[in-house]
Design a protein around this ligand. Structure first.
Ligand code: UDP
Length: 258
């Protein structure tokens, strides 16, 4: 049993959160692109204790065929939580929550993927939560975005996602489990970011209560966090391109030697 299964007396102690973060601080993030051999694009991502993997396939033929759209690609997104990813074993398979997360996440990507370039085809995005600690949908959106770039799917920008919570009356960036469970509000965002600039909100959900002013501040806080995550997504992709470049150089040098 987790030490945090019972409500902690306070979520903020001496101006810091239970994990020592400031209000506007993200959890540590780790991103690695191109981790799966059989996917067209993939990504492993950690956001605090969340550990997720994304795999992208396509553009490819649509099965069943009646789902084809003659004018554009269909985007499919499946969010799945492993039974062992949470404290209390989750029943395998889809449930209302994962269907809802899959739907809103798919809609966020529909806003950026250039679907018109691939009529009659499908772009399939699978995300698997291996370990969850609140904000797993945001971690999955960030991983899926990198996996789509890794697959070479043309997009108008990146999708970058982060939540803002409210704990002991304070807005907090990227809430972890205790803040999500025992805080007053949780507001996940996904932004469309192009050339380092936030263009629009592609996903916005909310549970709990916030005042109008807090909502305004939450948007600003989320934007600030998203721009930091965006840089890490970019770096992960660039690292992969450099690796591919080095592999190509080795192959070319090998050819020259022969
Ligand atoms: N959770 C759980 N069992 C479930 C669903 C969720 O223990 O069946 C936990 C998990 O840690 C998750 C957190 O509750 O990250 C918050 O879930 P929420 O539905 O708010 O989605 P998330 O914040 O992960 O996007």
């Amino acid at each position: 049993m987790s030490e945090f299964n019972e409500k902690p007396e306070r979520l903020i102690v001496d101006g810091l959160r239970l994990d020592g973060r400031k209000f506007d601080e993200l959890r540590p993030i780790k991103i690695e692109a191109s981790v799966l051999k059989r996917a067209d694009g993939s990504c492993y991502l950690e956001m605090g204790k969340n550990k997720v993997i994304a795999a992208v396939f396509g553009p490819r033929e649509v099965h069943p065929r009646h789902l084809q759209d003659p004018s554009k690609a269909v985007v499919r997104y499946r969010y799945n939580m492993a039974p062992f990813s949470v404290e209390e074993r989750k029943r395998p398979g889809p449930d209302r929550r994962s269907v809802e997360i899959s739907k809103v996440s798919k809609e966020a990507f529909e806003a950026v993927i250039m679907k018109e370039l691939f009529p009659r085809s499908a772009i399939d995005i699978f995300v698997e939560v291996l370990q969850a600690d609140a904000g797993s949908r945001t971690a999955c959106l960030n991983a899926a975005s990198v996996a789509l770039v890794d697959a070479g799917v043309p997009m108008k920008g990146m999708i970058t996602s982060v939540a803002v919570g409210k704990a002991d009356g304070h807005l907090v960036l990227d809430p972890m489990k205790e803040e999500d469970n025992f805080g007053e509000a949780d507001m996940p965002f996904a932004f469309l970011i192009r050339n380092g600039k936030i263009e629009s909100i592609a996903l916005l959900q909310m549970d709990g209560r916030m005042t109008k002013e807090e909502v305004r501040q939450a948007i600003e806080l989320a934007k600030k966090g998203a721009l930091q995550i965006y840089q890490m997504q970019r770096e992960a992709i660039l690292r992969r391109y450099i690796e591919v470049g080095e592999e190509m150089d080795e192959i070319t040098e090998g050819d020259e030697d022969a």
